[in-house]
Ligand binder design. Structure first.
Ligand SMILES: [Zn+2]
Length: 369
C-alpha cells in the first residue's frame, strides 16, 4: 500500500531488494485500477442499447498509467489470489472482466428482446440523436442510487445528482456508497463534479439516505484542494436529527463538521419564519448560488422528521423530491405543477399491504414525470 512516489524512491527500492528475488511484492496503491462491479457494467451496457444518451457507457476507470519498468511487483486486482499450495503462484481465474460484446449478446438472446428493442427505437425516433444542443441543456438528473434501503449489485441506495447549471450540482440524499457510484459514473471527471457540489438535501434520518455523506464530503475537500479551488462548506438541508449522527461521527471518528453549513429542513416549510438571522442568511445564499426562486420543504409520512422538498429555478422549472413516504397530502400540495417529480416507490404487489402498515413508499412507478 506504498504510495507511488515512495515506491519509486531509491532508498525504498533498496529496502525492497533486500527481500531477495524469491519474494513477491503486491502493489496496492493509487496506480492500481480494477473492475470490481461487473453487474454495473453489464446493466449499463444493456440499457445503453435502448437509449445511448440517457444511459451512456460507464467510463474506463484506469488510473495514472505507470511504465512497466517502474512496476516493482504485481499490481493488485479485485479477486486476485495468491496460491501457496501445491504451487506458489498468482491466480487470476476469479478476476473480474468486462466484455461489452458478451453483455450485448446476453441481452439479444432474451426472448422477444430484439423485437422490443427495434420497436422502442422506432418510437424514440429522433430523440435518440445525440446533439450538442441537447447536451448543453439544464437541468440534468443523474440517478446514482435508486435501490431503496438495500444496496444490490445492480442498484445502490438513494442518491440523485441534479446538474442545475454547468457549474452547480445539487445532491438529493446520499446513501452509503454514493462516492463509489459517483466515481463509477464520472470516472476522471469526478473531481470536477465534486468541486461543483455546493448543497445536499437529506430527506430523513434512515441510514440509506445519509450515511454516504462523510465520504462524499471528504472527497470533495480533497478535490477542491487538488484542483486549487477555495474550500467552502456545502449547504446541508436536513432534519436536525441527522446532526446527532454527524456529531457522533465528528467526535469519535474524524473531524467533519467544517464541511457543512446546516439549514434545518423545518425552516423551509411554507409559512415557517426561516429561523435565526444566521439560518435566514444561509437560505438566501443557497437560493442565490443556485439561482433558485424557492427552496421549500414539507413533512412527509414516514419516520419522525421526514421531509420532501421542492425547488423552483429562476428559469421556470420545478423539481419535487421525496424519499420514503406513505401517500402524502402535503407533498401533493407542495408538488403541484412540478416539472419533474422524483420519489421512491415499489412495484411489487405483496408490498402494498406492508406499505400501509409500515409507513413506507407508495406502490407505483419508480419515477413519475
Ligand atoms: Zn426511510
Amino acid at each position: 500500500m506504498t504510495p507511488e512516489h515512495i515506491l519509486n524512491h531509491s532508498a525504498y527500492r533498496q529496502w525492497m531488494d533486500r527481500f531477495g528475488p524469491q519474494t513477491e511484492h503486491m502493489i496496492l496503491n493509487e496506480s492500481v485500477s480494477s473492475v470490481h462491479n461487473q453487474t454495473a457494467h453489464k446493466v449499463r451496457t444493456q440499457l445503453n442499447l435502448i437509449h445511448p444518451r440517457i444511459f451512456p457507457q460507464l467510463p474506463e476507470l484506469s488510473r495514472k498509467e505507470v511504465a512497466v519498468s517502474d512496476i516493482r511487483g504485481v499490481k493488485a486486482e479485485c479477486l486476485l489470489k495468491y496460491q501457496l499450495r501445491p504451487t506458489l503462484e498468482w491466480q487470476r481465474d476469479m478476476v473480474t472482466n468486462i466484455s461489452t460484446l458478451e453483455f450485448v449478446k446476453q441481452a439479444m438472446e432474451l426472448p422477444d428482446f430484439p423485437d422490443a428493442l427495434r420497436e422502442c427505437k422506432m418510437l424514440l425516433g429522433s430523440d435518440l440523436l445525440q446533439t450538442e444542443e441537447l447536451n448543453s441543456q439544464y437541468p440534468v438528473f443523474v440517478f446514482l442510487g435508486t435501490g431503496s434501503a438495500v444496496p444490490m449489485k445492480s442498484r445502490n441506495v438513494s442518491c440523485t445528482l441534479v446538474h442545475v447549471s454547468p457549474s452547480k450540482v445539487l445532491m438529493l440524499d446520499c446513501g452509503e456508497g454514493s462516492f463509489t457510484q459517483l466515481y463509477q459514473h464520472y470516472g476522471k471527471e469526478t473531481d470536477n463534479i465534486l468541486c461543483q457540489l455546493s448543497a445536499v438535501f437529506v430527506s430523513h434520518i434512515h441510514a440509506d439516505h445519509h450515511s454516504g455523506l462523510p465520504h462524499v464530503l471528504y472527497e470533495r475537500e480533497r478535490a477542491l484542494r487538488s484542483c486549487g479551488k477555495p474550500f467552502s462548506p456545502v449547504f446541508l438541508v436536513a432534519p436536525t436529527l441527522v446532526m446527532t449522527w454527524l456529531n457522533l461521527f465528528h467526535d469519535h471518528c474524524q473531524a467533519f463538521l467544517h464541511n457543512i453549513s446546516v439549514i434545518p429542513a423545518h425552516n423551509l416549510i411554507e409559512g415557517a419564519k426561516g429561523g435565526c438571522p444566521k439560518i435566514r442568511s444561509l437560505i438566501s445564499s443557497l437560493l442565490e448560488m443556485y439561482q433558485f426562486e424557492k427552496f421549500q420543504t414539507c413533512f412527509v409520512r414516514h419516520c419522525k422528521m421526514a421531509f420532501g422538498c421542492a425547488v423552483i429555478h429562476q428559469s421556470g422549472w420545478k423539481l419535487v423530491f421525496s424519499g420514503d413516504t406513505m401517500p402524502c397530502e402535503a407533498l401533493i400540495k407542495m408538488g403541484k405543477n412540478a416539472t419533474l417529480l422524483i420519489h421512491e416507490a415499489h412495484t411489487r404487489r405483496w408490498f402494498r399491504e406492508r406499505c400501509n402498515r409500515k409507513s413506507t413508499q407508495v406502490p407505483g412507478l419508480l419515477y413519475a414525470f
